[in-house]
Design a protein around this ligand. Sequence first.
Ligand code: ATP
Length: 247
Amino acid sequence: MYDVAIKTEGLTRRFGDFTAVDQISFEVKKGEIFGFLGANGAGKTTAMRMLTGLLMPTEGQAEVAGFDVYKQAESIKKSIGYMSQKFSLYNDLTAEENIRFYGGVYGIGRNELPQKTDEVIDSVGLQSVRKKPVESLPLGWKQKLAFSISILHQPKVVFLDEPTGGVDPVIRRQFWEKIYEIADRGITVFVTTHYMDEAEYCDRVSIMVDGKIEALDTPKGLKQSFSCDSIEEVFIQLARSAERGQG
Ligand SMILES: Nc1ncnc2c1ncn2[C@@H]1O[C@H](COP(=O)(O)OP(=O)(O)OP(=O)(O)O)[C@@H](O)[C@H]1O
């Protein structure tokens, strides 16, 4: 049993002369909801790709679910869920077919799959459209489906890269209820978002500026240290010093 779900020490990634992620060090506890904030280009996705075993670091250390990113990337991939910004649902397959496909990829047995599929369909409320191609579904439903698929195999840690981008506040709220549910079940949630109200829902929040983690604390702690009323204000204070494009 481990209590630390993610641990990094001086984790760095360079592309040529450019340092996308610069010596980041932090720990995330099991079952924690950890918000990973930063302006566009701050280095969040690059960091997340290293932590999910998809990209080799240039230097530094990192462990996810007890596995080393250099030596045990395959074990990491089996222990985590990942919902990328361009979530990877197959548009021409139905909701049901997507669940079955990913269930197979994640190694869920044939006997278990029909029940798992029904559970996901019910949890997302997709009963009436389960046999429709995913491309015909509204964005919010696609996102909820992609999220449910990312936790299909009961991962220890789930990485959510802007899971609520572009959806309305009601769906965002429902999304966050689901995030709380899985954290209560002991799944660690590592989430990036551009919505600052969502940062307030996290247990702890880190803010990245130009590849470095400039602040890390509970939302309350961050507001106190920066003498701000909201995380949005803290974020703006820090992002002001960023040199990278805010595109
Ligand atoms: N494969 C690559 N080669 C060269 N530069 C890269 C590569 N991947 C990312 N970068 C650069 O690294 C920096 C950090 O990018 P990254 O996508 O990690 O930022 P981000 O914080 O996730 O931004 P966003 O919020 O826009 O997704 C950017 O300047 C980006 O152009």
